[in-house]
Write a protein that binds this ligand. Structure first.
Ligand SMILES: NC(=O)C1=CN([C@@H]2O[C@H](COP(=O)(O)OP(=O)(O)OC[C@H]3O[C@@H](n4cnc5c(N)ncnc54)[C@H](O)[C@@H]3O)[C@@H](O)[C@H]2O)C=CC1
Ligand SMILES: O=P(O)(O)OC[C@H]1O[C@](O)(CO)[C@@H](O)[C@@H]1O
Length: 407
């Protein structure tokens, strides 16, 4: 269907790339509450058509009571349709956000470069870009991709002066939700969106976004979230998978898995507190861990271990949720054996059938062809006689041999 200019009456505009779980269930909702007309840019025609036809959608807060938020007005474009992208660029746009997944993010350089060019040609003022992905420095990675995409020095200078690139941490559990309406999103009540205030440009219209916490100590928030929520979630998913649990709720309800996840979070927590004290105190962090374990136990969320464990190679990258806290502990000589058990469990994740995961399959193929020692050494950068590498291998064999009496 050819693009028809969308009418956006009166409100400032926010452009959200990705109309998936986090796009609709979290970022789009916060921006809408802050007074924006949210325009989603996605590649799924059906979602784009529905958003345009209905102009609104529902967010169900899944905490045991029936609380429904209606998010409106909203509209949508196809993100690869450059005439639609150009049209949105000419509206009173203040902020561009993304939630498409770390592997897709670089592909957004093309449409966003088009927005920058259009605004430069029209002499339009600053906007902010915030990539809301589970990836450290996602916004900076997008900025680098944009630098490559913009061929002209004049465009790059315009970008430097007019585009704020703010790194953020985004925390709300939003699994796929089953409903008759494909737009309806089901979310936990908790949310935390923390954005680097020092990188934000003043825009026109300039908007205070309630629900977006601006801070200049962003690294601390990003690492606290990634090395606690995501570390615990991933380990629960991988151990749950090995013990034939379908959901995070089933996994975390198992005493031995709960205990292992809790121990891993206390190991990563000791490193986080050591690094960021007094910004995070020991007591505060203890509460933070307990809140997260409680969130995993939300019996109103159906969050599958295969979703949470998806793309294990990305999660096994150095600096991500598994090896990131291990490195933090190693640097400070802190205990990290349970975190190494989590790494070993990730190497055994291999869902099949409808849940097959390309990265998980690749890990299994590499282990078969190259041997577990080489794979762990390549992923971690550790030599094969390193104690931690031997510990991962020992845990790998133990978990492989004892899937149901794991810990
Ligand atoms: N679901 C969650 O609870 C949370 C997810 N995140 C992060 O948010 C990001 C998105 O995750 P989800 O919303 O769960 O994934 P999702 O798969 O539900 O949504 C991604 C959306 O991006 C769209 N997309 C794909 N290619 C695109 C393109 N070229 N242009 C525009 N849209 C495109 C997809 O069609 C889909 O609608 C990931 O980085 C994830 O790590 C962060 C915190 C929570
Ligand atoms: O989205 P990713 O990075 O694949 O990881 C799944 C993670 O995303 C979340 O859905 C939201 O942070 C977590 O629930 C989970 O740890």
């Amino acid at each position: 269907m050819p693009y028809e200019a969308i009418s956006l009456p009166g409100r400032p505009v926010a452009l959200q790339f990705g109309a998936g779980n986090i796009g609709r269930g979290f970022i789009g909702a916060v921006l809408s509450h802050a007074g924006f007309h949210v325009v989603f840019a996605d590649v799924v025609q059906k979602i784009v058509d529905e958003l345009n036809e209905k102009g609104q959608y529902e967010v169900h807060i899944l905490n045991g009571e029936t609380k429904i938020e209606t998010i409106k007005p909203v509209s949508a474009i196809i993100s690869t349709d450059m005439s639609a992208v150009e049209d949105i660029a000419r509206h009173p746009l203040s902020i561009i956000t993304t939630a498409v997944g770390p592997n897709i993010l670089p592909r957004l350089a093309k449409p966003i470069a088009q927005i920058i060019r259009t605004r430069m040609a029209e002499g339009m003022g600053p906007i902010n870009i915030v990539a809301c992905e589970n990836l450290q420095n996602a916004t900076e990675k997008l900025r680098q991709a944009l630098e490559k995409e913009l061929s002209d020095e004049k465009e790059r200078l315009y970008m430097q002066d007019n585009i704020g690139f703010a790194v953020c941490s985004v925390d709300r559990i939003v699994p796929p939700f089953s409903s008759d309406n494909i737009l309806t999103s089901g979310v936990e009540e908790f949310f935390e969106w923390t954005v680097d205030s020092s990188s934000l440009k003043k825009t026109d219209p300039d908007i205070e976004i309630a629900g977006m916490h601006a801070t200049s100590n962003l690294d601390a928030y990003v690492q606290r979230k990634l090395f606690t929520l995501n570390t615990g979630h991933a380990i629960a998913a991988y151990l749950g998978f090995l013990d034939n649990k379908d959901t995070i709720l089933e996994a975390i309800s198992d005493e031995s898995i709960h205990d292992t996840v809790s121990r891993a979070l206390h190991e990563s927590g000791a490193a986080l507190v050591a690094k960021y004290h007094p910004f995070f105190s020991h007591e505060e962090h203890e509460n933070y861990i307990n809140t997260i374990l409680h969130r995993f136990s939300n019996r109103h969320l159906k969050d599958e271990v295969c979703r949470v464990g998806r793309e294990p190679l990305r999660k096994l990258k150095r600096g991500d949720r598994l090896l990131g806290p291990v490195e933090m502990c190693r640097e400070r000589n802190l205990e990290h054996n349970t975190l190494l058990t989590g790494v070993a469990a990730a190497l055994l994740f291999h869902p099949t059938g409808v849940n097959e995961d390309k990265e998980a399959t690749e890990v299994q193929q590499r282990i078969e062809q190259e041997g577990i020692e080489k794979v762990v050494s390549d992923l971690t950068g550790w030599s094969q006689d390193e104690t931690d590498l031997k510990q991962v291998i020992q845990e790998y064999h133990r978990l492989k041999g004892q899937p149901s009496a794991m810990l």
